[in-house]
Write a protein that binds this ligand. Sequence first.
Ligand SMILES: [Zn+2]
Length: 278
Amino acid sequence: MKFTVAKVSECNSSCPENAIVLLFKKRRIYLRSTEPVKFLSGLEVSGLPGLEYMSMGTLDDRQCFGVMINDDLQVPENFCDMEFRDAIKLFDQGSFAAASRAAQLLSWKNTHKFCNNCGTATKQSPVETAVVCVKCGAAHYPKICPAVIVSVLHEDKILLAHNRNFRPGLFSTIAGFVEAGESLEDCVRREVLEEVGVNVRDIKYFDSQSWPFPNSLMLGFTAEHESGEIRPDGTEITEADWFTADALPEIPAPGSISRSLIDDFIDRNKSKAKSKSK
Ligand SMILES: [Zn+2]
């Protein structure tokens, strides 16, 4: 499905019956069903009292609303709920983008009820995705933190690393947040050097993905190994190695950009192997 962003300019006390409602309780998302994924509709949630609907885009031709509910609100038993982080495996790209936008905007709204300049209450801007202080006029926008993620390649191998926060045996590509004042390419070079001690060249843009855990934008790159032996930093990265496409360790589930980078490496090695055997 195709998700198209719409600016948030108001919140309403109701929404159209056929609209998609992305209903969250903290970091859990509620759905009509999980297999296949079916979002809740305006009609299905219309019985819940006191909801505030945030219009934030369209999924194909259906308007999408984000709604955050209080901990103590009882939802109908036939709604399914799950940790939003686990939902990524089930969602197509467009659906994930819609849910990602809802999760980030709802959390932003919740933490920006008061101006962080002067402490006065804020209200929704009528013209852009911002809240505005009713006293000092300061506008506050949702925060998005850019991060790079990179597949480092060398001949027929890819560099994958085990982060100390991963479950045992899981390996992924190198990633890290962009520092203030830094270009994306400099960030790629720095993160790879810091985390595994190698220098890279030929940095090429790959793809990007909104990553709402809690509010990142992942910018994917590929790079070639230039020099240096792998040396995990021992703090964030506890293990790292070169892997061939036919002997990979456990890798992230489909749906994440890290998995897309690794799949792209696998595909390219398959086509290389094919052209060699011709
Ligand atoms: Zn203010």
